[in-house]
Ligand binder design. Sequence first.
Ligand code: NAP
Length: 343
Amino acid sequence: MLPCLNLLSSNTNTSPNRNALKKKRTNRNFKVWAIDAAQPFDSEAQEKAKIEKNRKLKIGLIGFGNFGQFLAKRFVGTGNTVIATSRTNYTSIAKNLGVIYFKDADDFCEEHPDVVILCTSILSTEKTLRNFPIQRLKRNTLFCDVLSVKQFPKHLFLKLLPQDFDILCLHPMFGPDSGKKSWQDLPLVFEKVRIGSEAVRVDRCNSLLEIFEMEGCRMVEMSCEEHDRQAASSQFITHTVGRMLGTMELTETSISTKGYDSLRSLVDNTSNDSFELYYGLFMYNKNATTELFRLEQAFAQVKSQLFDNLHELIRNDIFDAESIDTDRKFPDDKKFCEDKNIT
Ligand code: NAP
C-alpha cells in the first residue's frame, strides 16, 4: 500500500518563492514507502518539524563587522543556527542578534559548522585564512566567501583549502543600506567552484543558496572571472562616483529634481561602506584600473566639450571683424576692483 501523505500541505507561508521551494525540497528529501500502523494524531506535524529541523544549517561567520552582522540577522531570522568569530570581541552585539559568539577561533571551529562564510575585509582575507585553524573544522565543510571581488577568493580557496572542502563563492550585490528592508529582486551572484557529488553535499550547498532565494534574491550563476569583469564597470564605478559626490557634500534644495535626489541617495548608499572595502574593490579587481582611467577620460571629454564650445564662442566674438566694436568701452580696472572689494 502506498498511501498519499501530504505532510507539507498546511499553509505556513504565503510567499510564492517559499511555496515553490518547499515543494521542490519536499520532493527531494521525503519519501513515504508504507504506513500500515495507526499513526499518532500529530504525526504529520512531527514529521514536518523533523524535516524542517534537518534542513536548517549551522552557519559559521568569520568576520562579524558591518556585513557579517547584516547577513547573520537574516540567517537567524530564517531559523538557521549562526555562530561567529572575529578579530574584535562582538559578544554582546552577537547575543542581541541571536548569534553564538566565539572569541577564540579554535572554539569556533570545534562547533563544526556545516557552512563557513568568510565576511572579512578583502584586504585582510588572505592573512585571516592563513592563520585560521581550518584543520579543526569538519573534514568536509562547505566554505564560502562574500567578498565583493571574486577571482581572488576563488584562487585563494583553491590554493589553501583542503581537497575535501566544498567551495562556493558568493557575492550578494547589496548591503546593509540597499538591502535593509527587503532582498526582493536584489542579485546574488554565485559560482559553485567545487561541490562534491554526494547528495548530502549537493543538498547542503542548495540549502544555503535557498536562504537567499527564499528571501527573494535574483539568483545569478556566473563565473568569478565574469563577475569581476562586470563588477568593475558597474560596482566600482558606482562606488567611485558615490565617493566623489560625497566629497562635494551635496545638500538638499527646495527645487531638487528626481535626478538630483538619486545622486544624493547614491552618496548615502556608498558612504557607509569602509574605505578599506572600496580600496579592496580597486586593489583586488584587475579590471578596476582600466575602468578608473575610462572614467577619468570620460570626465575630461565632457569637460573639454564644454570648454571647446565656450572658447569657440569667445574667439568668434573676438575675431569676427564685423562685430568688432571699435568704440567698445573696456571696464575701468580700478573701479571694477573697488566695486568687487578686490584689493
Ligand atoms: P570591511 O571593512 O570590508 O570588512 C570588515 C570586516 O573585516 C570585519 O569583520 C573586520 O573584523 C574584518 N577585518 C578587517 N581587518 C582585519 C584584519 N586585519 N584582521 C582580521 N579581520 C579584519 O566591511 P564590511 O562591509 O563588513 O565587508 C565585509 C565583507 O563583505 C567584505 O569582503 C566586502 O567586500 C563584503 N561585502 C560587503 C558589502 C557591503 O555592502 N558592505 C556587500 C557585499 C559584500 P573586526 O570587525 O573584528 O575588526
